[in-house]
Design a protein around this ligand. Sequence first.
Ligand SMILES: Nc1nc2c(ncn2[C@@H]2O[C@H](COP(=O)(O)OP(=O)(O)OP(=O)(O)O)[C@@H](O)[C@H]2O)c(=O)[nH]1
Length: 758
Amino acid sequence: MSRHRAVRNLDIDDILQEDDYDSEYDEDAIDETAISTEDLETLEEALTYIYSIIGEDTILSEKEIKETLWNSYFDTEETLNWALEKIEKVKAIEEKKKAKEEAKKASQAKPVSSLQSLAQRNSIQKTIPSSTNSLSHLASRTSNNALGSLASLAKKQPTTKPILTHTPPVKPPPVIKPQVVVVKEEKEEEIMENALIAKPSTAAQFLFQDLPTHPTSLEPVSSKVSTIPVFTFNQPSPDDIVLSAQNQPTAEKKAAAAAAAVTAAAKPKSSRKEEDPVEFLSDEEDLSQEMSAMGFKTHSEPLAKIPSSKRVNVLEEFEKRSGAKPKLNLVVIGHVDAGKSTLMGHFLYALGQVNERTMKKFERDSQKIGKGSFAFAWVLDETGEERDRGITMDIATNHFETQNKSFTLMDAPGHRDFIPNMISGTAQADAAILVVDASINAFEAGFDAGGQTKEHAVLARSLGVQQLIVAINKLDTVSWNEARFKEVQAKLGAYLVQVGFKKNNVVFVPLSGLTGENLVKKSEIPELTSWYKGTCLLDQIDKFSPPMRLLDRPLRMRVTDFFKGGIGSSGGVSVAGNIESGTIQVGEQIMIVPGGEIGYVKTMQVNEEPATWAAAGDSILMTLVQLDILNLSNGCIVCTPSRPVPVTGLFEAQIVVFDIRIPITPGYPVVLHHGSLDEPAFVYKLIEVLDKSTGQVIKNNPRCLTKGMTAKIQIKLSQRPIPLETFKDNKQLGRIMLRKDGETVAAGVVNEILTFGS
Ligand SMILES: Nc1nc2c(ncn2[C@@H]2O[C@H](COP(=O)(O)OP(=O)(O)OP(=O)(O)O)[C@@H](O)[C@H]2O)c(=O)[nH]1
């Protein structure tokens, strides 16, 4: 199972719960499936997890389910593919079984499920409560016409009862995608006039068709109900049309409907009958209308000013590039003075990233100011102040390659004053190296209360980092003592598991950043080799799994820096940042949010090399033209003009409360960290406290939140709205961190955006 075991996010692990279900399964369906119970449990766990995030009422298409699976749960392509493969397999088995069942129909054989029989075969005695069976939930939340493998899998699950008192498979309830009414080939006024006339529902029409306009008495309904034609829900019901029409009173919505009509007219004719006035809109149209109805600027201009001959097929290019060496963002974190910069400076030097001459200069210059021991740290600590003070203050980035991967390295500051910078770097990371100082008392100082070792570990996990190397550093100061290594490993290991890291995703490497032992090649010193048989840091880094990238999502790039003048002294504005989702290419039109300023990409660099395109996961520098630098700020988002990121001043979040002394009450002021952005905010409302292990609501409208609680709350920005997305839409932009008086008080995910700005 470990091969496929999905890894989950700490905050979610803590906030959300696994289904603790019990089920008995059908006896008579021993079948040929080769899928293990563990596999099924993992799938169920994944789905449960996803539902916990997306909420009870969300309806997903098959595509969305797949996307959500990898976006929220399976972080690597390997685990996702594994899940999809299993799902397909179960689907095939279910179909086969269905065919068999139909053949046996005459004999009235009890319907069976291969999942159930499988469990039975594996002697699992479980019952699945209706509220917690993720697969059943899936069935009820998957649109009818998009029922895919997952849904068919789900349909076969019992809902409430043990299988021995079998209930019929749950038919997914009909699902209607929110629609906009579009009347073909009508003038705008006609469209709106017609749309605004409420029509009776099918049932109402039927019941009242023979009655006078103001009926004084009604016929018994039951006499007619049996003849009401069954509405199949494969299209919006008349009620939905009426509701939709009634919900279109504003000017924007009128415009949206009219725009939709134009779009619909331009669309190729569907197989729908001509007289059918309802047309489904594509997701893009839907969203852009929703956005404009909510007051967002959306843009219908072409997304790119690039002649098609010059347009790059970014996805294709990305495939080619991935085939070469997958790219990862790696952050180095840890308590102040643990030796992070020295370790990584020496590491880069040993890899040949820093030339001999530069290194000699660093040695000379650092000695001159009495900081000779910081020579390697100067590779990453580049500013005068950092070198004078001997501490890292801001994230320093660098690039290196291992045998199989390409890394962007971010060295984070360890000092508590610079935690916002650490958060900003860690928010972009796919993996982390946590450096601890093994020398006597130093580990304890970093680990005990007030130290940054624990805080950095929690922050990293809460920001979505799942893979971790713990570099047990400065072992030269304790003569490579095995007992000390084990002591640090035991204490820290237990803590890391407690805060949500999976044991298998954490590796401890003994080393010395100063002497260079065990960095890029396996140590040969007997003091270490006598007890350590593992790999060196470089080989361990090479083992990090590349994460799934949100390539097919709208472009989201968080701006981390900007300045006047383009790359290579050209005109325009230089903008640096990390692409969280989507792709971008030279010539393309982009939008800056907040503000909605439109510009174009003139030139671009990825990893300091000129490039024509970039994709999710890349840290880039680009020259933007035709926009005003005054509309840029650190933390703003560069996005696709047709799919701008929402801007909000009030949202709902699901949080885990950390070790706090003063309880959180409504009005509690915090600094809200969102990527590289930190903004004053306050807790607006406490909605409910959730049970950590079951996910059930244990208290509505609590008066306060204390240490360790999991809760849903509303958060209001104090000064200005910020760009934000829900976790289910974009996990990179859906995480938040709450800090107060220099301490992290809570971390969580965005559930719902409650107000929209622009
Ligand atoms: N003996 C010994 N000293 C080390 C080792 N690694 C780092 N140091 C020393 O520890 C001190 C702090 O090192 P830095 O690399 O600046 O520590 P840091 O964690 O980057 O510091 P901040 O970024 O400010 O948190 C320096 O004097 C280093 O020479 C090591 O492996 N052995």
